[in-house]
Design a protein around this ligand. Structure first.
Ligand code: 8YV
Length: 333
């Protein structure tokens, strides 16, 4: 009996490929060519698993063309690339990579908050441009971080990590809004107070977005929400593009309604809205919040573990949907 066949959608650590080759016949993509949807279907024909990075769209149309597929394993905590309803209907498990990137991503959220509030990149561009000729009392004066009010929209693991950093490291008052309120012990650890979304918007000096993307969270921060925010507040998005209306945000940065924004994610990335590129008071980074090599390796290992756990042992480690394994037997095993 042959090994099950899997595909890896993007270039990845060589040691992950070696691990997977012990258990599977592996189609790797070390040239990192981006597969179109028809190419993805072609690559997945006859394969039982996909190692995905969080951007590959898995929907009903693809699933109907890939009847051997049993599992798609994301090396990301976000999974808005999966149509989970269609996957469940087709008997395909989706898995993500929670937990292993929490602290690294929270570090980055805080780095972006600091850089944004204290105008780090604006100052650097000014210096590199040769404009620094003398000291001035208000040169790149920014917003206070310590002792200010930190608002967090989306209080999962990463939101809690940012809350702990703000409360314990910087003496910030932390308020949060979430679909459901945290238990009292977790609120106490994070020193965070639950508020309604409107109070969050009206009260935060720095608002950090860490909520998952879905049809419900599309443009959770648009022109109406920005209008409710404190004049001179800062906005940080490390969640997903599409949660913020980028055009409305650019307008608020231009008008001075918001002092500054820090963005790691964008609508339609890797494209960035031209109005955001033309305003100075925004720190822009290319979706790197989880990007340290140890963390990316841990994320990739968890995706590999999920493929092995499901296809070899029958039970995925971090499933996003419940699927009966016997619905999709793999013929070649
Ligand atoms: C990934 C992320 O690097 O885990 C997530 O949800 O956004 C990042 O850590 C990104 O999804 C690209 O794979």
């Amino acid at each position: 009996m042959g090994k099950p066949a899997i595909a890896i959608a993007r270039a990845i650590f060589p040691q992950i490929i070696e691990r997977l080759q012990i258990h599977f016949e592996v189609l790797a993509n070390q040239s990192d060519e981006l597969w179109s949807q028809p190419q993805m279907i072609e690559k997945l024909r006859g394969r039982a698993g996909l190692f995905a990075t969080g951007t590959e769209r898995i929907d009903a149309a693809l699933l109907s063309e890939c009847p051997h597929l049993e599992i798609c394993a994301n090396m990301s905590v976000g999974y808005n690339n999966f149509d989970l309803q269609a996957m469940s209907a087709a008997g395909v498990v989706g898995t993500n990579a929670p937990g292993v990137l929490t602290e690294t991503t929270a570090d980055f959220g805080f780095a972006l908050l600091m850089a944004t509030a204290r105008r780090v990149t604006e100052g650097e561009h000014f210096l590199r441009g040769g404009h620094w000729t003398r000291w001035a009392y208000d040169l790149f004066a920014g917003a206070e971080v310590h002792g200010s009010t930190l608002g967090i929209l989306g209080m999962g693991r990463i939101g809690q990590g940012i809350a702990r950093r703000g409360a314990h490291g910087f003496g910030m008052r932390v308020i949060y809004h979430n679909r459901s309120r945290l238990d009292a012990a977790t609120e106490e650890q994070c020193k965070a107070r639950f508020v309604g979304k409107e109070e969050l918007l009206r009260t935060a000096d720095h608002l950090v977005l860490v909520l998952p993307y879905s049809a419900q969270s599309h443009h959770a921060i648009g022109a109406a929400e920005i209008a409710l925010m404190k004049p001179g507040a800062t906005l940080i998005n490390i969640a997903r593009g599409g949660i913020v209306d980028d055009a409305a945000l650019a307008a608020a940065l231009k008008s001075g309604k918001l002092a500054a924004a820090g963005l790691d994610v964008f609508e339609g990335e890797p494209q960035v809205h031209p109005d955001l590129l033309s305003v100075p008071n925004v720190v822009l980074t290319p979706h790197i919040a989880s990007a340290t090599l140890p963390t990316r390796l841990a994320m990739a290992n968890l995706a590999a573990d999920n493929l092995i756990a499901h296809l070899v042992n029958g039970t995925p480690l971090t499933p996003l949907n419940a699927v009966r394994r016997d619905r999709r037997p793999f013929d070649g095993r």
